[in-house]
Write a protein that binds this ligand. Structure first.
Ligand code: F6P
Length: 319
């Protein structure tokens, strides 16, 4: 292979810039030509790409977001849209595509691979919901952000003897909520992997109050229920003032922490190693600190992320 291209897709994540830098610098050091596509699959379809050199990624390792831009582009499911994308790649003589994004972005990479254009996927999302890797790029930074927010909520919730509900991103994966809740010492944890029963939660909170708890923080993953409504219900049932906080997109911003930068750099360089070894249609992961790769189709269709049930059990002992 001689020419490769890189894009970032889906929700941005801190460390995506470091991953692009890893791909670009590793490719250049192997004598490959590198292009960058703007705004994910949308830019690929619209043929918006340009050549990158080592200075295109200078001063990027510490920057949040993605300088290439990202987009959600559901139209990429359409075969004719992908045919145009492949035509745009082929007319420039590009041999392979590196996609940095979450599982939605892997879907596009999977389809292009099936249609004969080799792609390598790097897991870039704060959700930590991608199969075949212990961690995704951006997760550790978001974790720090959420824990800092919980610490701040603890100050005010304790001063006013209130119950605080904090809603954490993660789509349908509770990893970010669970880890942040343990690190933030949250009293109650509600995760998408465990069936939610509102009355059970209310009863647990009441039991906590009768044991002498003066205030409490409930960490809950997004998309489980309306947390403002939940706050009103808890307040009514417990007679304790209750406030709801949705952390939202704050969780996606900020400079990547060191581990995300290292992960992104290693994964970016590893993607190039794989391409030079002749691999296509793979996704990169880290398992027990080692770089690994899987068939991207298999990862999407058959591999499941294990749920950290033991972490939840530990958290509950510490409530
Ligand atoms: O996948 C990352 C993520 O931040 C999820 O946690 C969240 O559900 C979603 O993206 C939000 O998407 P958008 O930025 O398109 O509103």
């Amino acid at each position: 292979i001689k020419k490769i291209v890189v894009l970032t897709s889906g929700g941005d994540a801190p460390g995506m810039n470091a991953a692009i830098r890893g791909v670009v610098r590793a490719a250049l050091s192997e004598g490959l030509e590198v292009f960058g596509i703007y705004d994910g699959y949308l830019g690929l379809y619209e043929d918006r790409m340009e050549k990158l050199d080592r200075y295109s990624v200078s001063d990027m390792i510490n920057r949040g977001g993605t300088f290439l831009g990202s987009a959600r582009f559901p139209q990429f499911k359409d075969g004719s849209v992908r045919a145009k994308a492949i035509e745009n790649l082929k007319k420039r003589g590009i041999d392979a595509l590196v996609v940095i994004g979450g599982d939605g972005s892997y879907m596009g990479a999977k389809r292009l691979t099936e249609e004969g254009f080799p792609c390598i996927g790097l897991p870039g999302t704060i959700d930590n919901d991608v199969a075949g890797t212990d961690y995704t790029i951006g997760y550790f930074t978001a974790l720090e952000t959420v824990v800092e927010a919980i610490d701040r909520l603890r100050d005010t919730s304790s001063s006013h003897q209130r119950i605080s509900i904090v809603e954490v991103m993660g789509r349908h994966c509770g990893d970010l909520t669970l880890a942040a809740a343990i690190a933030g010492g949250c009293e109650f944890i509600v995760l998408p992997e465990i069936e939610f029963n509102r009355e059970d939660l209310v009863n647990e909170i009441k039991a906590g109050i009768s044991k002498g708890k003066k205030h409490a923080i409930v960490a809950i993953t997004e998309h489980i229920c309306d947390i403002n409504e939940l706050a009103r219900h808890i307040e009514q049932e417990t007679q304790r003032e209750t406030r709801a906080t949705v952390l939202g997109h704050i969780q996606r911003g900020g400079p990547p922490v060191a581990y995300d930068r290292i992960l992104a750099s290693r994964m970016g360089a590893y993607a190039i190693e794989l391409l030079l070894q002749g691999y296509g249609g793979r996704c990169v992961g880290i398992l027990n600190e080692k770089m690994v790769h899987h068939d991207i189709i298999d990862a999407i269709e058959n591999m499941k992320r294990p749920f950290k049930g033991d972490w939840l059990e530990t958290a509950k002992k510490l409530y």
